[in-house]
Each structure stands twice: as structure tokens, then as C-alpha cells.
Design a binder for this molecule. Structure first.
Ligand code: CUA
Length: 311
């Protein structure tokens, strides 16, 4: 326990950048706040009633006006550039990040690692490696917030959102839901455990892993009867799925779409929303028949097919 701490500790690569921006804004605000308050008092005294004659209008000073337009403009553009730089850093995950699935629901966080291990209200991550969370909600809007990492992202029903970070220090950190989501919102908390990579590997291997999402997806794919129409090498009834992920797809009506996670999810739950050119809208909808974890498993399987296929 140290003395007074204004901020949670800085435990990710983003933390120092976010804090610097925040403190910079506080310093700037303090500077102008104090300057304006001081001038206010000074002018109130200096130009108090009786000291000056009324009705004296000072001559215009074009250069003075230019100065007070150009300087504030430069200041706010500087804030914009700085803020944008930090924002872009927070939004763009590096290539090759470790991808972990998160499902938020009233009132818990469910996590699954690509190797299959699952956890609830805990998230184990290696330090020194970018981690990308692909998140969705089973019900209402939640928000995934790790103060020590200075990252926060809404978790929405109906579409995937992502959040990335790179932990820099082993330790246990708070995980909060930062969006009011019902009665037990305040208990929708958890722990992020950042570990040395070797310890993380041990932890992953510590229990017999659950099924990998992609394997579970393959089983679901077969059980739901998808191969009846989506046959490898035969795209008469349904489009081929090998090599599909990440590609541009032409749709009925002339539009096109990129086959990303959201597209795959929508096409499973509501196949008529985007019908691939040359096919009839005959696929049954799976909305209401699959939960988000099952959809994530199917998407993981289709992504794996995408990698093994055409590309
Ligand atoms: Cu979930 Cu608040």
C-alpha cells in the first residue's frame, strides 16, 4: 500500500499513453482556468467603478485578434492530433494478436481461449503479447473495462466488438462491467490475471482443455445438418465455405460484403439478410436456436476452413 494514488497502476502498453493525454488535458485546463480566474479578479479591481471614465472604446488591434484566434486554434488542433494518435493506437490491434472470445450476459463474463480452456469472470493472459478480445453480449449492453490497462469497450448484443491490449506486468487486476445492465450490474466484476508467458502456457495446460471452439463448431456444423447443402467442391445448393473467410462476396441485388465475423454470424442467424449471388434464399434461420457461444464456435470453424482453403 503506497500513499495517495490517483490512478490505478499502469499495467499495459496503452496505460502511459492514456495517462499522459489525460494529465496533459488537466494541465492545460488548469493553466487556462487559473489564468482566466486571475485576470477576472485583476480586471474587477483594476477597472472598478470610478477608476475609469465610461464609454472609452479601445482602438481595434488586428494583430491581437489574430493571436487569440491562431493560438487557441493551434491548441485544439494539437489536442485533436494527440487524442487521435492515442485513439488509433487503442483501436488498431497488431497483427498476430492472441484472439480470445468473450460473451457478456446478465451477470457474468464468459471467456474462451483458442486452445479451448474456458473461464468465468476471470481472464488469464500472457504479458508481452498483444491480446485481442472478440466480444458479444447474450442479452443487453455491457462494457468490458480493465482500469489498470486503460481499456474499455462496449459489449453489444447482435454484433461483435473488439478490444486489444498488451499487458506489461504480471499481476491481478480488476475487471468491471462499466455499463448499467440490470440488478446485479455492480457484481458483474472479475479478475484479469497477467502472467509470464511460460506460466500462462502452464496454466493453459493445467486442466484437460475443453474442446477448441473450432472443433466444437465442426461438430455443431455436422449436427445441424449444414453439410447437406454446404458440400466441399459442390456449390449447387449453398455457397462453398472453404476459403470464404476474409473474402469479398457478391450478393443478390448487386451489393457485396466482406466475409468477416459479423457477416458469418448474420448469415447463420438470418440467412436472408445477405443472400449470395446465384443462390436461392432457402437456408433456414438459426436465430433463437443457437446461443452466442455456439455461434462463436461455428464462426471459429468457418474461419479455420477459410485458412485451410483458398488463401
Ligand atoms: Cu454488465 Cu453492467
Amino acid at each position: 500500500m503506497g500513499g495517495l494514488r490517483l490512478f490505478p497502476e499502469q499495467a499495459s502498453t496503452a496505460a502511459a499513453k492514456v495517462d499522459a493525454l489525460y494529465l496533459g488535458l488537466v494541465a492545460l485546463t488548469l493553466f487556462f482556468g487559473v489564468l482566466i480566474a486571475a485576470l477576472l479578479v485583476y480586471f474587477a479591481v483594476r477597472f472598478r467603478e470610478g477608476v475609469h471614465r465610461h464609454g472609452e472604446v479601445p482602438a481595434p488591434h488586428p494583430w491581437l485578434e489574430a493571436v487569440w484566434i491562431v493560438i487557441p486554434l493551434g491548441v485544439v488542433l494539437g489536442i485533436f492530433a494527440w487524442g487521435f494518435q492515442v485513439f488509433a493506437y487503442l483501436r488498431r490491434a497488431p497483427e498476430g494478436a492472441l484472439e480470445i472470445s468473450v460473451v457478456g450476459r446478465q451477470w457474468m463474463w464468459k471467456v474462451q481461449h483458442p486452445e479451448g480452456r474456458r473461464e468465468i469472470n476471470e481472464l488469464h493472459v500472457p504479458v508481452g503479447r498483444p491480446v485481442l478480445l472478440r466480444m458479444i453480449s447474450q442479452d443487453v449492453i455491457h462494457s468490458f473495462f480493465i482500469p489498470a490497462f486503460r481499456v474499455k469497450q462496449d459489449v453489444l448484443p447482435g454484433r461483435y466488438t473488439t478490444l486489444w491490449f498488451e499487458a506489461t506486468r504480471p499481476g491481478r487486476y480488476h475487471l468491471f462491467c462499466a455499463e448499467y445492465c440490470g440488478t446485479a450490474h455492480s457484481r458483474m466484476t472479475g479478475t484479469v490475471v497477467a502472467m509470464e508467458p511460460a506460466r500462462y502456457a502452464e496454466w493453459l495446460a493445467g486442466v484437460p482443455p475443453d474442446q477448441r471452439p473450432a472443433e466444437r463448431g465442426r461438430e455443431l456444423f455436422n449436427r445441424l445438418g449444414c453439410p447437406q447443402c454446404h458440400r466441399p467442391g459442390d456449390a449447387t445448393l449453398g455457397p462453398e465455405l472453404e476459403g470464404l473467410f476474409g473474402r469479398r462476396v457478391s450478393l443478390e441485388g448487386g451489393a457485396s460484403a466482406t466475409a468477416d465475423e459479423d457477416y458469418l454470424r448474420e448469415s447463420i442467424l438470418d440467412p436472408r439478410a445477405k443472400v449470395v449471388e446465384g443462390f436461392d434464399p432457402v437456408m433456414p434461420a438459426f436465430a433463437g436456436r443457437l446461443d452466442e457461444e455456439e455461434v462463436q464456435a461455428l464462426v471459429a470453424y468457418l474461419k479455420a476452413l477459410g485458412r485451410s482453403g483458398g488463401r
